[in-house]
Ligand binder design. Structure first.
Ligand code: SF4
Ligand code: SF4
Length: 151
């Protein structure tokens, strides 16, 4: 059976890949595993204060191919990308997961995938520092509330 993301992301042509992506140190290590692509596009990794971000090239992520999707294999992809449209923020020392309504095909994504992926993400976040979780949480907290759906 086809992964639902292979269908919907193709139709949408990577809407979520046209915004800046947060990179933790763990994400940077993962990106480096895709050596050639990393070397080619590392100029698009910018540091702001103490955080790293993958910025846009001509209005889209430098790793996005408009016809075939993300050029990075899953082992190299940043956590924010692996989770989207799930996002997270830290609240009262625990991680809260939300859905970003900007994904135009949200209704086609199963609750089972959301539950399984959120659980997996809790483990991945053990590789993020407290500061990285707080910085990412601030970005999500600053989103307009109408864009987020609390799980
Ligand atoms: S916005 Fe949704 S459908 Fe579009 S590329 Fe991202 S996850 Fe896929
Ligand atoms: S790394 Fe891949 S999934 Fe993430 S924003 Fe870029 S193209 Fe999209």
């Amino acid at each position: 059976m086809k992964n639902i993301f292979e269908v919907i992301c193709k139709k949408c042509k990577g809407k979520c890949c046209k915004t800046v992506t947060f990179l933790s140190q763990d994400d940077l290590q993962r990106l480096k595993k895709c050596k050639d692509l990393f070397a080619q596009e590392k100029k698009f990794i910018h540091k702001k204060h103490s955080n790293y971000f993958l910025v846009l090239s001509d209005g889209k992520c430098p790793f996005l191919d408009l016809n075939s999707g993300c050029k990075l294999n899953k082992e190299c992809r940043p956590l924010e990308c692996l989770l989207f449209p799930i996002v997270f923020m830290s609240e009262n020392n625990s991680i809260k997961f939300l859905l970003n309504k900007k994904c135009p095909y949200l209704k086609e994504i199963s609750k089972k995938w959301v539950a399984k992926t959120s659980k997996w993400a809790e483990n991945r976040l053990k590789y993020w520092s407290r500061e990285e979780i707080d910085s990412f949480s601030k970005i999500i907290r600053d989103h307009p509330k109408s864009h987020l759906h609390v799980l």
